[in-house]
Each structure stands twice: as C-alpha cells, then as structure tokens.
Design a protein around this ligand. Structure first.
Ligand code: SF4
Length: 341
C-alpha cells in the first residue's frame, strides 16, 4: 500500500486530538452471543466477541481498529451502530447515551451514523437501480422532500464519489468492485452522517483500486466533516487512514495510541508481533519478525488472566491469573500488559 497518497495532514489532526470534542465514547462495552444447546435449547455458554472495550473518537478524527479475524472488531462496530444489542456497557454518541435507544428515537439517531461494508456487492440490492438505492434513505427520512431535489442531490453524490450521471440508471452488477464501493460510500453519505464506520472497506478490492478508494474516503472526510471508525486487519491500510489506532485481541483492546507511537514504540507484545509482520518499504532496514505460536483461542472459552498469555512470547507465570487493565502508560498511549508501566 505504499502508493497511497496521504491527502490529509494526519499528523496535524493527531496532534490536535485532545483539543477536539468527543463524538463517540464506548465504555466497558460487551457483546456476548449466547450458545444454545441440549434438548431444551438452553443457553449453555457465551461467545465473548467484545469484552469490556472502552475508547473514544473525537470529531473529525479517524480511529483505526485492527486485529486478526475473529478478534471482535466488526462486532464492536455493529454494536456501536446498534445493529447488535450490547450485553453490557455504554455507548455515548454526540453527548447522548444511545445504548438502550429503540424505536423512533433510534431511527432518528441512525441517520447520523452509517456503515460502509466490506463486500459492496452483497450490500447493494441487485434489483434496484443505483439512483434508487441512494434515493431510498433520503426519501425515508425526508418524505416531504421533492423528488427533483432528491435526484439532484443523488447525482451530485454520484459525481462526488467519482461516478458519472448515467450511473443513476444502472444496476450494481454493471460496475466493477471499486465502483460498487463508491456506490456504497455515496449511499452512506446520503443522509449526511456525522460518523461512518468502515468495516474492511477495501479488503475485497484489487490492490490497484484500494488506494483510490482510501484516498476518496480521506477527501470526503474533509468535505463532509466526517468522523471515521476504520476497521481493518491490514496495518498498512490502517496506518494511512488513521490518526489513532486501537489493537484488538480476543474481544479486548490491548493497546491504543496515536499511529506514530503504535508504529515507532509498540508496547504490547501482540502489537509488537503485528508490527514486525508489516513489510519494510526500505530493503536496507531489516527488522526481526516475531512469529506467534499457536492459534487465537476460541472466544467461547477464552484463557484466564491475560487473554494473550497462551501465545505471548514474554509471558510469565502470573500472566495466566492476572487480567491486565488497559492503562495509560504515556500521555494518550494505553496498553494492557503487566510488564508495561
Ligand atoms: Fe504477555 Fe503477560 Fe503482558 Fe499478557 S500480561 S501481554 S501474557 S507479558
């Protein structure tokens, strides 16, 4: 992903992070799925997909959430969007507690937070023209708005994401993967949201078009005054997009800091292993790869103590009994490891 042009001055954004207002705050969030079994289909255990996760995102900021498949990052995103009900914890959005919002109040709030999905094709109705796909949410929320006015807005949105006017009358299958993702982005923008949760938005695309879509997202952030929660497994992509980065492992955030601190001085052994696997663009600078042993344990039966202790190359005896808190080690840099202080 070295060909990505960083269109925004992310450094500037990161340094001003503390001065901005908080848009999203997640406090001790848990999303546990019940597992049913036995003759009466009783709940016999739970998958702890998200377990005690806390973080905040400032207005205009991009927070990247990174981790291996199954670490809970997508579940966290869907819970924040209220597509899943949290088991415990609190979600504050723009000063309002939305944790238990339901019905018309939730519907009204929903226009402020939208999602861009990983698979643009699966998320677009193949039976609808692109114009109708983008018109639908506007029409639902603003039924009194004139059709002519909505059509003009939709055409402007299509042009803004790099699609021509005639895209309005075409169907999703007539477009390439990158163009479909542009349609998905236009749909997400239709209601002028404050927050966009982008869940692996480029991982299904060819490498050649990934950078175009990422650059588009960066441009749109400035134009539409957007805040992003950017979920991905690829650290190179997240580095280019994010001001700060949260590292997730087995439902927990194990480290969170601005992107420079995460890359230059990763504190948690898991982050250190992830960073060591990112290819070094300068072949003269060699770094030692940390290869983790074993697989990620099942979130249905997570290890006691530190969730990473079964794979951690630095683990000591007490790591299997003490669950480390996510604590601030340096200003703005939090890590959850008993060896880090
Ligand atoms: Fe490794 Fe122990 Fe730190 Fe967990 S607490 S990351 S097992 S050293």
């Amino acid at each position: 992903m070295n060909n990505i042009i960083d269109l925004k001055n992310k450094d500037k954004a990161a340094s001003s992070h503390t001065k901005k207002e908080t848009l999203l705050e997640v406090i001790n969030l848990k999303t546990h799925y019940p597992i049913k079994g036995g003759f009466f289909r009783r709940t016999i255990s739970h998958v702890k997909a998200v377990d005690n996760v806390s973080f905040s995102v400032k207005k205009g900021e991009t927070l990247g959430l990174v981790g291996e498949s199954g670490c809970g990052k997508s579940t966290a995103g869907r819970t924040i969007l209220k597509l899943l009900n949290p088991t415990a914890g609190k979600i504050m959005f723009d000063g309002e507690d939305i944790t238990n919002l339901r019905g018309s109040k939730l519907r009204q709030r929903r226009k402020d937070f939208q999602m861009v999905f990983q698979d643009p094709y699966a998320s677009l109705n193949p039976m609808q023209m692109v114009g109708d796909i983008i018109t639908e949410p506007i029409h639902n929320y603003y039924p009194k708005k004139k059709s002519r006015e909505i059509k003009q807005e939709v055409l402007e949105l299509l042009n803004r994401v790099g699609l021509p006017d005639d895209a309005y009358y075409k169907y999703a299958h007539e477009f390439s993967g990158g163009q479909r993702q542009r349609i998905g982005i236009a749909r997400a923008l239709a209601l002028k949201p404050k927050l966009i949760i982008a869940d692996e938005p480029v991982s299904a695309l060819d490498v050649s078009v990934q950078s175009q879509v990422l650059n588009l997202l960066n441009e749109l952030q400035d134009d539409f005054d957007l805040t992003y929660l950017f979920i991905a497994h690829d650290l190179s992509v997240v580095k280019h997009m994010s001001d700060r980065i949260g590292i997730m492992y087995l439902g927990h955030i194990v480290e969170i800091a601005d992107k420079h601190s995460i890359y230059k001085e990763p504190l948690h052994p898991y982050t250190q292993a992830l960073i060591s696997a990112v290819p070094e663009p300068d072949p003269k600078r060699k770094k030692q790869r940390i290869v983790l042993q074993g697989d990620v344990p099942s979130p249905e039966n997570p290890p006691s103590g530190c969730p990473f202790h079964t794979r951690c190359p630095m683990a000591v005896d007490k790591c299997s009994t003490i669950t480390p808190e996510l604590k601030e080690v340096k200003p703005g840099h939090h890590a959850a490891c008993i060896l880090v202080d």
